[in-house]
Ligand binder design. Structure first.
Ligand code: SAM
Length: 430
């Protein structure tokens, strides 16, 4: 058989380089790199690039034990190639000889054939010392696989639960579906899945959510193209459960892209009049695609949540969903690059942005109307503290169903077989 004309390990090293050294998100980088790969190789690129970003501090520590001086500058992609090699040896079932040979060849694909010997040498040394290194790393914070600033924040906010949170963050995420009840009841869709040989479980409390035992490609899901189901985390689904949209409501879905919740609103209330707004024109294309797949209509506009006049004139709304820009610290298991792209100082900046958007948009809620403020963060500054401050400074805002004024909101923490980390506060205008 002819060899593939590319090297997946080298491409994974490039993806990691683009995230860590160029500050791009993995979900932006991978589609472009995937284009050069056969369908068969795409899952491997996914596994290697996500895997290395998930386990980065451990891999970094191992390399530091094995090399007097780590590779920098133009050799940096080779540093990441070494990580790809060690990742395979520790975390995958790829036979070690194949992992080694392919990774060493990656040096050629990265145009550094002169470094093949070095890569080979370090990986073989790792193999010899693997057990000892993996035991010793347990004594340093690197084995927790999180940046120090985030560990400190989690330990401070969750003195009892921080270990569970980081353990959940370090696992692969479950795949959740949202059943479109305009097509099937959840029970009926579960039967369709069972007929297709797909094992799945209903969420205990969220009415549309189904968890697949094993993640799979959407084309294997019955009726995906016809809009029978959408891939969406269970916790994300709870935003619209709380919003409880009704037909003929005038609804603002602010910070809407890529439209996961816009389509949920319209599934729950097909005759609602929805204005979906996001600041990122590029991401709004995804909102339009999602609406199209589900044959739904909404007014989609590009705009800054801090300036409602620009995109809504004087309009007022019965319900507002504000799915605020946030640290995304509740979805680290889905986006492990977040751990390396975010900085400690971002949290205060994000909290200030959330506050500005909240204050700008609150006057657009009709009297008696409902706003759901949500984030996929687990940090109190963006969540309970943000809402406590808002309630204290907004006399016509009243909290409903979600906590108490002293401890406002509901905070979901990520957990195995459960939804992501998410925060919700339901506010009524009195
Ligand atoms: C958590 S994501 C939204 C996810 C979306 N609601 C969904 O369910 O698919 C946050 C969004 O906020 C948008 N955003 C960030 N700053 C914004 C601003 N000042 N005004 C409006 N949207 C903003 C980002 O472009 C991003 O799409």
């Amino acid at each position: 058989m002819k060899n593939a004309p590319y090297n997946v390990r080298a491409i994974a090293a490039k993806a990691i380089y683009q995230v860590l050294d160029q500050g791009q998100s993995l979900s932006n980088v991978l589609p472009e790199l995937n284009r050069s790969l056969s369908d068969k190789d795409k899952p491997l690129l996914q596994e290697l690039s996500f895997g290395v970003l998930r386990t980065l501090p451990l891999l970094e520590w191992c390399i530091q034990q094995l090399m007097a001086k780590v590779m920098t500058g133009k050799q940096r992609p080779l540093h990441y190639l070494l990580m790809v090699g060690i990742y395979q040896l520790v975390y995958t079932r790829i036979p070690p000889h194949a992992a080694l040979a392919e990774t060493v060849n990656g040096a050629v694909a990265l145009k550094k054939p002169q470094l093949k010997g070095l890569i080979n040498g370090v990986l073989r040394q790792f193999q010899r010392q693997q057990d000892d290194l993996l035991q010793r790393v347990q004594n340093v914070r690197n084995h927790l696989l999180h940046p120090e600033w985030l560990l400190k924040r989690l330990q401070h906010a969750y003195p009892e639960q921080w270990r569970e949170i980081i353990e959940a963050n370090n696992q692969k995420p479950p795949m959740w579906l949202r059943v479109n009840r305009n097509h099937h009841s959840r029970a009926d869709y579960l039967s369709l899945l069972a007929e297709a040989g797909i094992t799945a479980f209903p969420h205990e409390t969220y009415p549309d959510a189904i968890r697949l035992e094993t993640p799979l490609g959407v084309q294997q899901l019955p009726g995906f193209d016809q809009g029978w189901v959408t891939v969406q985390d269970a916790s994300a689904q709870h935003c619209v459960d709380l919003l409880a949209p009704e037909d003929h409501d005038v609804i603002l879905d602010l910070c809407c892209a890529p439209g996961g919740k816009t389509t949920h609103i319209l599934e729950a209330a097909p005759k609602a009049q929805v204005l979906a707004v996001d600041i990122d024109e590029g991401r709004l294309a995804r909102v339009r695609e999602n609406l199209h797949r589900l044959s739904q209509q909404a007014e989609v506009r590009c705009g800054d949540g801090r300036d409602p006049h620009a995109w809504a004139g004087e309009r007022q709304f019965d319900r507002i969903l504000l799915d605020a820009p946030c640290s995304a610290t509740g979805v680290i298991r889905r986006h492990p690059d977040i751990k390396w792209l975010r900085r400690d100082a971002d949290i205060a900046e994000l909290a200030a942005l959330q506050r500005e958007i909240l204050q700008a948009v609150w006057p657009r809620l009709k009297s008696g109307g409902t706003m759901v403020y949500a984030t996929c963060s687990v940090l109190p500054e963006e969540n309970a503290l943000q809402i406590a401050q808002f309630l204290a400074s907004t006399p016509d805002a009243k909290l409903e169903d979600t906590g108490t004024p002293a401890h406002p909101g509901l905070q979901n923490l990520p957990a195995p077989q459960q939804g992501d980390g998410f925060f919700y506060a339901k506010l009524i205008k009195v």
